[in-house]
Design a binder for this molecule. Structure first.
Ligand SMILES: [Zn+2]
Length: 214
């Protein structure tokens, strides 16, 4: 089964991908991970991508698509995959469809996990980290003493990524990029929406049920 996973930061996409991958026995392909692997491994595509990133430019779509294609040609992707982080734009989606068609394959489902921005902001902006690696949440998993790690007594801090302004900016970018994609896959009859504010295992069950009912 070939699946695309869409969802904003903080929607629990990584967790869902891990469970779906284990249950459906298909690899979870995070494009961020493949990029890092190519760059670290110094492949031609990795070096090319890095030259754009180092120049502060976006990696062009054809390079991104080539990097994804190289991963999908590996044996473990034969039974399918869960694609996470790609496509991000309509041109990428069109190139992706074309590439799959060349292999005689197509996307079978697009899973769109939606969560209200307010819920995501609450979830992420409540996170507190400690230099020892422990993580807390001011509401869901608070330390015994506010602002202090239970284990090592160090002061807790907020990651830059978890600052409210940063989250709002990331959500804005996400919505701008994703809404055309949502429309695109909706028109193709592939889109399935799931409420990511429910408990993770409930959403997982709903996703699996909908895939089995195909
Ligand atoms: Zn600590």
């Amino acid at each position: 089964m070939r699946i695309i996973l869409l969802g904003p930061p903080g929607a629990g996409k990584g967790t869902q991908a891990a469970v779906l991958s284990a249950t459906l026995k298909i690899p979870h392909i995070s494009t961020g991970d493949i990029f890092r692997a190519h760059i670290k491994g110094g492949t031609d595509l990795g070096l090319l991508a890095k030259s754009y990133i180092d120049a502060g430019k976006l990696v062009p779509d054809d390079v991104t698509v080539d990097i994804v294609a190289s991963r999908l040609n590996e044996k473990d992707c034969e039974p399918g995959f869960i694609m996470d982080g790609f496509p991000r734009t309509i041109p990428q989606a069109l190139m992706f469809d074309e590439m799959l068609e060349k292999f005689g394959r197509k996307i079978e489902a697009v899973i769109n996990i939606t969560v209200d921005d307010d819920v995501i902001i609450n979830r992420l902006s409540g996170r507190r980290m400690c230099s020892c690696g422990r993580t807390y949440h001011i509401k869901n998993n608070p330390p015994k003493v506010e602002g202090i790690c239970d284990v090592c007594n160090n002061s807790l801090y907020i990651r830059d990524d978890d600052k409210e302004e940063t989250i709002k900016e990331r959500l804005k970018t996400y919505h701008q990029q994703t809404s055309p994609l949502v429309d695109y896959y909706q028109k193709k009859g592939l889109l399935k929406n799931f409420d990511g504010s429910k408990p993770i295992e409930v959403t997982t069950r709903e996703i699996l049920d909908s895939l089995q009912n195909k």
